[in-house]
Design a protein around this ligand. Structure first.
Ligand SMILES: NC(=O)C1=CN([C@@H]2O[C@H](COP(=O)(O)OP(=O)(O)OC[C@H]3O[C@@H](n4cnc5c(N)ncnc54)[C@H](OP(=O)(O)O)[C@@H]3O)[C@@H](O)[C@H]2O)C=CC1
Ligand SMILES: O=C1OC[C@@H](O)[C@H](O)[C@H]1O
Length: 382
């Protein structure tokens, strides 16, 4: 892929075309004028013919209005009751929840109670107990609940899995995955480090490497050991966990909110670490940037004694009839969510069990680190 076509693709991901809507598109609202919302929902919505963003709610009316004006959203709710007012809006079918982790449980339960389908940001809640209750309630209400974990919906990680499943590299023997960023991106007063809001680096970035390995191994691990570097007696900034998957496959997961600088006198910041590696009996597969694969990624396949090759997977998976090479992972996620609500078969889905199992691993790692589980919400559904 040439540089020019990469730039074109990247541009279209960020400035997707606005398509004509169907006669009765699924109507979405957003709880919170969050930083992630433009990329995760506003832009993907523009190029989905069967979905439309009709309202945003923020704790501050001015903030809601400014967000709505910038992104062309018709209705706003502001103030301390804004989120509930949006949920009471009969002209909304589904909500996207990009609130701090510790509020996911409460607002997902309230949204389901109001009869809305829910697309909730990762991690879906504070601990396994909460995730189980959320999915049980969604099932009881016959509503769709999906936890966002965008790499799961993009073709790149599926290509890595297809290479492993095809079999010529033999059985998996060892795996590793990391996600870390420089401390310059994450001030210590960020919501990501606030225990009362479900913070901790394992909560924030941990779901990426954990899910990546669980997905590639098609199984769940046992947590053998884990160590953390902490900001307080509840908040982790770096976690390294050692896992075993069925078949004696060993694995390491690293998540780090303060990557060390490198080079002479550590002058050069280490901006980001987003690499995963799977070692098999007859070779290995490495993927760089499994996190935001739509932007750029590289899949390096190294058969033992064979020729190394590098693959890219921007093209939509054959046979799904879904996608464009410029679709972001968020756009793929929206496609699947809308299809599920509409009763169509999504090209990929993330099940309740997958979200529950992910949180089980997160809880187990916290326990091995000697850190408390993130607190169960005080909110009691009526
Ligand atoms: N899938 C992905 O790629 C990514 C996912 N995320 C996830 O999205 C969620 C939000 O992250 P991000 O957008 O970066 O966060 P922001 O801080 O930008 O947004 C959080 C929103 O939560 C609302 N809020 C409500 N109560 C509180 C409170 N007590 N303190 C702070 N905010 C509050 C605010 O809304 P209001 O406008 O009402 O004030 C704010 O807009 C997290 O769960 C995170 O894990 C984040 C980045 C990437
Ligand atoms: O989900 C996320 O992905 C990107 C990270 O930088 C961010 O902290 C996290 O919330």
């Amino acid at each position: 892929m040439s540089l020019v076509s990469s730039v074109k693709r990247f541009y279209k991901t960020n400035y997707p075309p606005t398509v004509e809507k169907s006669s009765n598109p699924l109507r979405f609202g957003v709880l919170g004028a969050a930083n992630i919302a433009p990329n995760a929902i506003v832009k993907p919505m523009r190029c989905h013919e069967d979905a439309v963003l009709v309202a945003v709610a923020a704790r501050d009316k001015g903030r809601a209005d400014a967000f709505a004006q910038k992104w062309g959203i018709p209705r706003t709710y502001g103030g301390s009751s804004a989120y509930q007012e949006l949920l009471n809006d009969a002209g909304i079918d589904a909500v996207y929840i990009p609130l701090p982790n510790g509020l996911h449980y409460e607002w997902t339960m309230k949204a389901l109670a109001a009869g809305k389908h829910v697309l909730c940001e990762k991690p879906i809640s504070n601990n396994e107990e909460e995730v189980r209750k959320m999915f049980a309630y969604a099932a009881e209400k016959s509503l769709v609940l999906l936890e966002s974990w965008q790499p799961h919906f993009h073709p790149a990680l599926h290509r890595v899995k297809a290479i492993l499943d095809e079999g010529s590299l033999g059985k998996i023997v060892k795996m590793s995955a990391e996600f870390g960023i420089s401390r310059m991106f994450l001030p210590e007063d960020d919501i990501r480090y606030d225990f009362s809001l479900g913070g901790g680096m394992l909560m924030d970035m941990g779901p990426y490497p954990i899910n990546c390995l669980r997905f590639l191994a098609s199984s769940n691990p046992t947590v053998e050991s884990a160590e953390s570097i902490n900001l307080s007696d509840t908040i982790d900034r770096r976690v390294e966990a050692h896992l075993t998957f069925p078949g004696a496959v060993t694995a390491t997961v690293i998540t780090d909110g303060a990557l060390d600088s490198w080079g002479p006198l550590k002058l050069f910041p280490h901006f980001i670490a987003f690499h995963a590696k799977v070692e098999c009996e007859h070779g290995s597969v490495e993927v760089s940037n499994y996190i935001i694969a739509s932007m750029w990624h590289s899949i390096k396949v190294s058969p033992k004694g064979g020729k190394v090759r590098v693959e890219k997977a921007y093209e939509p998976p054959a046979g799904t009839g879904k996608g464009e090479d410029w679709w972001s992972a968020y756009r793929y996620t929206l496609e699947a969510f809308v299809d599920k609500v509409r009763g169509r078969e999504p090209h990929v889905w993330r099940t309740a069990e997958d979200s529950i199992d992910e949180m089980h691993v997160i809880d187990a790692i916290y326990t091995k680190c000697g850190l408390p589980l993130r607190q169960t919400s005080n909110y009691q559904p009526s």
